[in-house]
Design a binder for this molecule. Structure first.
Ligand SMILES: Cc1ncc(COP(=O)(O)O)c(C=O)c1O
Length: 358
């Protein structure tokens, strides 16, 4: 039997979403595709409050993360890192043969506006990368404060990973002034993996055209040229785009503000439950994620055993990521999840915890 997913991505996918993927196939150069593409990209523009294009990339998020640095780093990139995914982005930037420096905060702490200001004031950089919501640690950095600092550095491309926050929290791209704001759909969007979306600013698109060696698959100029015809540079994952179309209509029916409030309420409930069980919260106060909560293990719980016991009951749970595996665990509260789903998980864990504790 399939396990019910309580991991922070890929998340559990609703049956109606899977059903939407069964719509008949069309060719991506047919007008039927262009209609869906236009509807989806316009809905994303509305959700992100931008009149600049939002592109659809048939890749996971790291494709666009790599593409963004290849298109936008001409001089040197500042990679801000406070967890596994943000740190990996530095590695990816270097692997692309680009000049880059890592600016780190402790895991569990946010990237602050002051840190960004200090690094960029050196004048060394023409691009920076930031992960808004570090899925490895459950930290949500203060994007609006960082965006306010970025106004001082208009020549520095502002590249933001909102992989596990886009669609769950309000992201006003026009007000933030991001040059790239990207996400994969297997997190807060509640879709199967394989598609990434990204909003690119006019400034970023103009700069990208002057950047050498940006390859083909993630060339922003190719995305723009094709998007003007409601199309993609190469064959897209059409079934996933049907599912995104369906999901965006569901977001509208729920109401975005209600959706954001649902995530906030689930985050608050999860934090309380974790503390009631005697665990701590890994992320520092004031920067705790609204889409997943990272609990700090106590000295008496064997998280591997807990995970195994949950698996025997057909539930997939998380026991931490990267260097904090087993010292922490993450509970997602995003996408189509409801308070009832959380209660189901908490009931199960309350039953299993005594067997995993010494
Ligand atoms: C914040 C963040 N960035 C990037 C990624 C990488 O995404 P993908 O595996 O879709 O390339 C993840 C995946 O969990 C993530 O959580």
């Amino acid at each position: 039997m399939a396990k019910k997913l309580y991991i922070p991505g890929p998340v559990e996918v609703s049956l109606d979403v899977m059903e939407a993927m069964r719509a008949p196939m069309v060719g991506h150069r047919m007008k039927e595709y262009a209609q869906v593409h236009q509807r989806v990209t316009e809905a994303l523009q509305t959700m992100l409050n931008t009149s600049d294009p939002v592109f659809l990339s048939t890749s996971s998020a790291f494709g666009v993360m790599e593409g963004a640095v290849r298109n936008l780093v001409q001089k040197r990139c500042a990679n801000f890192a406070n967890g596994a995914f943000s740190k990996k982005w530095h590695d990816v930037t270097l692997r692309c043969g680009l000049q880059a420096d890592l600016h780190s905060a402790e895991w569990g702490q946010p990237i602050t506006a002051a840190m960004v200001d200090k690094a960029l004031a050196t004048g060394k950089y023409d691009a920076m990368t930031l992960v808004h919501n570090e899925t490895s640690t459950g930290v949500m950095s203060p994007l609006e404060e960082i965006a306010a600092v970025m106004e001082k550095y208009p020549a520095v491309s502002f590249i933001v990973d909102t992989v596990s926050s886009m669609s769950a929290v309000s992201l006003d791209v026009a007000a933030l002034g991001t040059d790239v704001c990207l996400a994969g759909v297997q997190k807060a969007f509640g879709l199967p993996p394989g598609l990434a979306v990204f909003a690119a600013s006019r400034k970023a698109l103009d700069k990208a055209r002057t950047t050498p060696n940006r390859g083909y698959y993630f060339d922003f100029e190719e995305f723009e040229k094709n998007d003007l015809k409601h199309n993609t540079p190469s064959t897209p994952c059409i079934s996933l785009i049907y599912a995104l179309d369906h999901q965006l209509q569901k977001f509208a029916a729920e109401g975005l503000e209600n959706r954001y409030a649902r995530h906030r309420a689930m985050a608050e409930r999860t934090r309380s439950w974790i503390e009631e069980q005697g665990f701590g919260l890994f992320a520092a106060e004031g920067c705790r994620s609204l889409t997943l909560t990272c609990g700090k293990n106590d000295a008496r719980t064997d998280l591997e055993t807990l995970k195994k016991l949950a698996a025997e009951r057909d539930y997939a749970i998380d026991n931490g990521y990267g260097k904090i595996k087993n010292q922490t665990f993450r509970i997602p509260h995003m996408a189509d999840m409801t308070m009832e789903d959380l209660d189901e998980l908490f009931t199960l864990l309350e039953e299993l915890l005594p067997q995993a504790r010494s």
